[in-house]
Design a protein around this ligand. Structure first.
Ligand SMILES: [Mg+2]
Length: 255
């Protein structure tokens, strides 16, 4: 196992001393929770692809500060029903969204590879940060619900700092709060552009968690990223990136 950064590695980080992690669909299985909430609301999740497309469209309006989060959620639900020809007013959409949101929060849970990976990184001396695009109260409630309220040295939420991934400023805020330079920090997330490439553009090591093993689009030669398909692959990837002399001893303890 390589114990020093490989000079042929295009990222060639000197040392990785901290890892930032996205929350939704990286540590938390948010998609399963959302799908379960749709099933509870409708009695079926056959309309899931329409829900996903509608969510992508409306979530972008929240991230771009065009809609407050709560309003976005209600308007998204209203647009979803309109796609099937059911035109409901705002109050009815809000009632259905509240019902769905309660069901989703009951279903929040971690992926089964999350805790072992976090424990390994912590035991290895790496500092940890969460970097997430969402409102503050919503994400902090989510962290508490899955037992991660105290799991990070820094929690950087777009709703608290006013910029969202892939803006480099959110990654640089995480580095500042960790007391590290960008090249000393890796960021892992399920969105290639928002997480991995955004982090790489900001000078961090970008790692794409491609859980569904979707075909990778043509990558950026200027800002290459690493790809893993499970958090179980993260320790080995980090070991090969790290120049701490005795770090390789931990390889045998990878989860
Ligand atoms: Mg995500």
């Amino acid at each position: 196992m390589t114990s020093a950064a490989d000079a042929s590695n295009p990222r060639n980080p000197a040392q990785i001393k901290a890892v930032c992690l996205d929350l939704d669909d990286t540590l938390l299985d948010s998609q399963s929770a959302a799908r379960s909430s749709l099933r509870e609301l409708l009695g079926t999740d056959r309309a899931w692809p329409v829900w996903e497309r509608t969510t992508d469209r409306y979530y972008a309006r929240f991230v771009n500060a065009q809609l407050p989060f709560d309003v976005m959620c209600v308007e998204r639900t209203r647009a979803f029903f309109a796609a099937f020809g059911e035109h409901i007013d705002y109050a009815e959409a809000e009632r259905r969204e509240n019902q769905r949101m309660e069901a989703m929060q009951r279903a929040w849970g971690l992926f089964d590879d999350a805790l072992d990976c976090l424990d390994w990184m912590r035991a290895s001396g790496l500092r940890l940060a969460a970097v997430t695009n969402a409102p503050s109260a919503y994400q902090r409630k989510k962290l508490a619900a899955v037992g991660l309220a105290d799991a990070f040295d820094a929690v950087v939420i777009s709703g608290e700092i006013g910029v969202a991934k892939p803006d480099p400023r959110i990654f640089h805020t995480a580095c500042e709060r960790l007391g590290l330079q960008a090249h000393e920090v890796a960021h892992v997330g399920d969105r290639l552009t928002t997480d991995a490439e955004g982090a790489a553009r900001a000078g961090l090591s970008g790692i794409w968690l491609n859980r569904d093993q979707v075909p990778a689009p043509r990558g950026s030669a200027e800002h290459p990223v690493a790809t893993i398909t499970s958090l179980r692959e993260l320790p080995e990837l980090l070991v090969t990136e790290i120049a701490v002399p005795d770090f390789a001893d931990l390889v045998g303890q990878t989860p």
